[in-house]
Design a protein around this ligand. Sequence first.
Ligand code: ZN
Length: 192
Amino acid sequence: MAVLEIREMGDPVLRERAAEVSAEELASAETQRLIEDMIETMRAANGAGLAAPQVGVAKRIAVIEVREGNPRYPYKPLIPLTVIVNPELTPLDDATFATNEGCLSMPNVRGDLERFENVGVRYLDRDGTPHESTRRGLTAGTFQHEVDHLDGILFVDRMADMSSLSTWAEFERHGKDEFVARVEALVERVGS
Ligand code: ZN
Protein backbone atom coordinates (compact mmCIF):
# COMPACT_ATOMS: atom_id res chain seq x y z
CA MET A 1 0.00 0.00 0.00
CA ALA A 2 1.05 3.56 -0.55
CA VAL A 3 0.01 7.04 0.42
CA LEU A 4 -0.79 8.84 -2.83
CA GLU A 5 -0.39 12.51 -3.67
CA ILE A 6 -3.65 14.40 -3.15
CA ARG A 7 -4.55 16.63 -6.07
CA GLU A 8 -5.51 20.17 -5.17
CA MET A 9 -7.95 22.71 -6.60
CA GLY A 10 -6.77 23.91 -9.97
CA ASP A 11 -5.91 20.39 -11.13
CA PRO A 12 -8.26 19.70 -14.08
CA VAL A 13 -8.88 16.11 -12.92
CA LEU A 14 -11.00 17.55 -10.07
CA ARG A 15 -13.31 19.17 -12.62
CA GLU A 16 -13.99 16.18 -14.89
CA ARG A 17 -16.92 13.80 -14.76
CA ALA A 18 -15.26 10.54 -13.69
CA ALA A 19 -15.96 7.37 -15.71
CA GLU A 20 -18.08 4.39 -14.64
CA VAL A 21 -16.07 1.33 -13.56
CA SER A 22 -16.80 -1.95 -15.35
CA ALA A 23 -17.07 -5.24 -13.42
CA GLU A 24 -13.86 -6.47 -15.04
CA GLU A 25 -12.01 -3.27 -14.23
CA LEU A 26 -13.21 -3.36 -10.62
CA ALA A 27 -11.94 -6.91 -10.17
CA SER A 28 -8.51 -6.07 -11.61
CA ALA A 29 -5.44 -6.04 -9.36
CA GLU A 30 -4.77 -2.46 -10.45
CA THR A 31 -8.17 -1.17 -9.26
CA GLN A 32 -8.03 -3.20 -6.04
CA ARG A 33 -4.63 -1.69 -5.29
CA LEU A 34 -5.94 1.80 -6.07
CA ILE A 35 -8.72 1.23 -3.51
CA GLU A 36 -6.18 0.07 -0.88
CA ASP A 37 -4.02 3.12 -1.58
CA MET A 38 -7.04 5.45 -1.39
CA ILE A 39 -7.93 4.03 2.05
CA GLU A 40 -4.37 4.52 3.25
CA THR A 41 -4.22 8.04 1.80
CA MET A 42 -7.55 9.02 3.42
CA ARG A 43 -6.41 7.73 6.80
CA ALA A 44 -2.99 9.39 6.57
CA ALA A 45 -4.67 12.74 5.85
CA ASN A 46 -7.39 12.25 8.53
CA GLY A 47 -10.06 12.69 5.85
CA ALA A 48 -13.66 11.54 6.22
CA GLY A 49 -13.66 10.50 2.57
CA LEU A 50 -11.57 10.48 -0.57
CA ALA A 51 -12.66 10.20 -4.20
CA ALA A 52 -10.48 8.72 -6.95
CA PRO A 53 -10.17 12.04 -8.85
CA GLN A 54 -8.48 13.43 -5.73
CA VAL A 55 -5.59 11.05 -6.38
CA GLY A 56 -5.63 11.79 -10.11
CA VAL A 57 -7.81 8.89 -11.30
CA ALA A 58 -11.02 9.88 -13.12
CA LYS A 59 -13.01 6.78 -12.08
CA ARG A 60 -16.26 6.59 -10.10
CA ILE A 61 -14.76 5.23 -6.87
CA ALA A 62 -14.71 6.80 -3.41
CA VAL A 63 -13.84 5.66 0.10
CA ILE A 64 -15.56 6.98 3.22
CA GLU A 65 -14.71 6.42 6.87
CA VAL A 66 -15.01 8.33 10.12
CA ARG A 67 -13.06 6.73 12.94
CA GLU A 68 -13.13 7.50 16.64
CA GLY A 69 -11.09 10.60 17.44
CA ASN A 70 -10.76 11.99 13.89
CA PRO A 71 -8.93 15.29 14.53
CA ARG A 72 -10.32 17.03 11.44
CA TYR A 73 -13.96 16.21 12.14
CA PRO A 74 -14.36 15.29 15.83
CA TYR A 75 -18.12 16.05 15.69
CA LYS A 76 -18.99 13.64 12.86
CA PRO A 77 -20.86 10.43 13.66
CA LEU A 78 -18.65 7.39 13.06
CA ILE A 79 -18.90 5.71 9.66
CA PRO A 80 -17.41 2.25 9.14
CA LEU A 81 -15.06 1.99 6.15
CA THR A 82 -17.26 2.06 3.04
CA VAL A 83 -15.98 1.72 -0.53
CA ILE A 84 -18.47 3.05 -3.07
CA VAL A 85 -18.18 2.29 -6.78
CA ASN A 86 -20.51 3.78 -9.44
CA PRO A 87 -22.66 5.38 -6.73
CA GLU A 88 -26.11 6.82 -7.40
CA LEU A 89 -27.45 9.25 -4.88
CA THR A 90 -31.09 10.34 -4.68
CA PRO A 91 -32.49 12.90 -2.22
CA LEU A 92 -35.46 11.28 -0.44
CA ASP A 93 -37.25 14.58 0.16
CA ASP A 94 -36.64 18.33 0.00
CA ALA A 95 -35.25 18.65 3.55
CA THR A 96 -31.82 20.28 3.75
CA PHE A 97 -29.53 21.27 6.61
CA ALA A 98 -26.89 23.96 6.97
CA THR A 99 -23.42 22.48 7.31
CA ASN A 100 -19.79 23.52 7.11
CA GLU A 101 -17.29 21.50 5.08
CA GLY A 102 -13.65 21.24 4.26
CA CYS A 103 -11.92 19.20 1.56
CA LEU A 104 -8.50 17.55 1.30
CA SER A 105 -8.22 19.07 -2.18
CA MET A 106 -8.80 22.58 -0.83
CA PRO A 107 -6.20 22.89 1.92
CA ASN A 108 -7.07 25.14 4.84
CA VAL A 109 -10.45 26.24 3.47
CA ARG A 110 -13.88 25.72 5.01
CA GLY A 111 -17.31 27.14 4.25
CA ASP A 112 -21.04 26.93 4.92
CA LEU A 113 -23.43 25.21 2.52
CA GLU A 114 -26.70 23.29 2.44
CA ARG A 115 -26.88 19.54 1.95
CA PHE A 116 -29.84 17.20 1.58
CA GLU A 117 -30.71 15.71 4.96
CA ASN A 118 -31.94 12.31 3.72
CA VAL A 119 -30.50 10.50 0.72
CA GLY A 120 -30.82 7.06 -0.80
CA VAL A 121 -27.47 5.66 -1.94
CA ARG A 122 -26.93 2.77 -4.35
CA TYR A 123 -23.42 1.56 -5.09
CA LEU A 124 -21.20 -1.44 -5.63
CA ASP A 125 -18.67 -2.38 -2.99
CA ARG A 126 -15.09 -3.30 -3.91
CA ASP A 127 -16.17 -6.90 -4.62
CA GLY A 128 -18.87 -5.71 -7.04
CA THR A 129 -21.73 -6.52 -4.65
CA PRO A 130 -24.62 -4.03 -4.94
CA HIS A 131 -25.77 -2.13 -1.84
CA GLU A 132 -28.66 0.21 -1.17
CA SER A 133 -29.00 2.28 1.98
CA THR A 134 -30.43 5.45 3.46
CA ARG A 135 -28.05 8.04 4.91
CA ARG A 136 -29.10 10.97 7.04
CA GLY A 137 -27.67 14.20 8.39
CA LEU A 138 -23.89 14.72 8.44
CA THR A 139 -23.29 11.25 7.01
CA ALA A 140 -25.63 12.07 4.11
CA GLY A 141 -23.55 15.24 3.67
CA THR A 142 -20.31 13.24 3.52
CA PHE A 143 -21.76 10.94 0.83
CA GLN A 144 -22.95 13.97 -1.17
CA HIS A 145 -19.49 15.58 -0.90
CA GLU A 146 -17.75 12.45 -2.23
CA VAL A 147 -20.25 11.77 -5.03
CA ASP A 148 -19.92 15.43 -6.06
CA HIS A 149 -16.18 14.83 -6.58
CA LEU A 150 -17.08 12.15 -9.17
CA ASP A 151 -19.01 14.81 -11.07
CA GLY A 152 -16.25 17.41 -10.94
CA ILE A 153 -18.01 19.44 -8.23
CA LEU A 154 -16.23 20.98 -5.21
CA PHE A 155 -18.09 22.03 -2.07
CA VAL A 156 -17.46 25.72 -2.77
CA ASP A 157 -19.65 25.33 -5.90
CA ARG A 158 -22.55 24.59 -3.53
CA MET A 159 -21.99 27.65 -1.33
CA ALA A 160 -24.77 30.22 -1.70
CA ASP A 161 -22.80 32.87 0.19
CA MET A 162 -19.01 33.06 -0.02
CA SER A 163 -18.76 35.31 3.05
CA SER A 164 -18.51 32.22 5.31
CA LEU A 165 -15.33 31.04 3.58
CA SER A 166 -12.65 30.70 6.25
CA THR A 167 -9.36 29.10 7.14
CA TRP A 168 -9.48 26.20 9.60
CA ALA A 169 -7.93 28.35 12.36
CA GLU A 170 -10.49 31.14 11.94
CA PHE A 171 -13.32 28.57 11.85
CA GLU A 172 -12.03 27.17 15.17
CA ARG A 173 -11.91 30.69 16.58
CA HIS A 174 -15.21 32.10 15.34
CA GLY A 175 -17.53 29.45 13.96
CA LYS A 176 -16.87 26.09 15.54
CA ASP A 177 -18.74 26.29 18.86
CA GLU A 178 -22.00 27.43 17.28
CA PHE A 179 -21.61 24.91 14.45
CA VAL A 180 -20.87 21.95 16.72
CA ALA A 181 -23.91 22.77 18.91
CA ARG A 182 -26.05 22.88 15.75
CA VAL A 183 -24.75 19.59 14.31
CA GLU A 184 -25.09 17.82 17.66
CA ALA A 185 -28.77 18.80 17.58
CA LEU A 186 -28.97 17.51 13.99
CA VAL A 187 -27.36 14.17 14.91
CA GLU A 188 -29.78 13.90 17.84
CA ARG A 189 -32.72 14.55 15.52
CA VAL A 190 -31.90 12.47 12.43
CA GLY A 191 -29.03 10.19 13.43
CA SER A 192 -26.92 9.03 10.53
ZN1 ZN B 1 -13.43 16.79 -0.92
